[in-house]
Design a protein around this ligand. Structure first.
Ligand code: AP5
Length: 219
């Protein structure tokens, strides 16, 4: 099973990818998470990526393509994967196609999750993550909690640097200009399914599972 979860910042890709990863027992590969880990570890990549991410811009294609090649060729991805945050440009999409051909993977499905801009901004303003386990929450889910409900870490919730209003707006612009054209690339191959991301997390998840079952993906 090779799934690409696609959609604008804050539409729910990471939330759904984590659920599907547990439900289908395949890894969730988030390029955003990979970059944030590198930033946290202050690696060479992290130092380079931090400034770009904080401006709401895209990390260069050659760097991202190199990262994805290493991950998808690794043992942990041999039974499939859920890609979240890649590809984000048509150059990345073309490189991914070449990689799939090399790995003899030909059943990729791109699931496009949609939501309106007002809802997206509301979600991103209200997103909190745990700095220990990386779990994502809405403000209402953690209201009054001093500990992360997933890993038990105390006072570990934080607002991502790129979830400030001006950076959110920049990310949305970058999505429209650089990332949305990727949809056309996959549509021309008949490999796109669109899902309404405006329901509750559980409703969106249910619809996603239906879609994946419809593609004869086995659980
Ligand atoms: P990345 O981390 O990929 O950010 P993104 O694509 O902007 O997506 P987000 O993580 O913001 O949103 P999401 O759709 O995962 O939403 P979530 O599930 O968290 O990338 C960050 C940066 O890294 C980029 O800007 C770029 O600089 C760089 N980068 C990464 N990949 C790159 C690449 N390939 N090339 C170049 N640069 C790259 O949900 C959001 C909130 O809403 C949460 O609080 C969640 O709890 C809540 N929520 C989710 N679903 C629902 C629902 N149905 N109802 C109500 N609330 C919900």
């Amino acid at each position: 099973m090779q799934i690409i979860l696609f959609g604008s910042p804050g539409v729910g890709k990471g939330t759904q990818a984590k659920l599907l990863s547990e439900q289908f027992n395949i890894p969730h590969i988030s390029t955003g998470d990979i970059l944030r880990k590198a930033v946290q570890d202050k690696t060479e990549l992290g130092l380079k990526a931090a400034e770009i991410m904080n401006r709401g811009e895209l990390v260069p294609d050659d760097i991202m393509i190199g990262i994805i090649k290493d991950v998808l060729k690794s043992e942990r991805c041999k039974n499939g994967f859920i890609l979240d945050g890649f590809p984000r440009t048509t150059i990345q999409a073309e490189a991914l196609d070449k990689l799939f051909a090399e790995l003899h993977l030909n059943d990729v499905l791109l699931v496009h999750i949609t939501a309106d801009e007002e809802e997206i901004i509301k979600r991103l303003n209200g997103r909190r993550a745990c700095k220990i386990c990386g779990s994502i929450f809405t403000l209402s889910e953690i209201e009054g909690l001093g500990k992360c409900p997933k890993c038990g870490a105390e006072n570990s919730f934080y607002l991502r640097d790129d979830d400030k209003e001006d950076v959110i707006r920049k990310r949305l612009k970058v999505y429209e200009t650089n990332t949305k054209p990727v949809l056309g690339y996959y549509e021309s191959k008949g490999k796109v399914v669109t899902i309404n991301g405006l329901g509750t997390i559980e409703e969106v998840n249910k619809e996603l599972i239906e879609v994946l079952k419809g593609k004869k993906v086995k659980n």
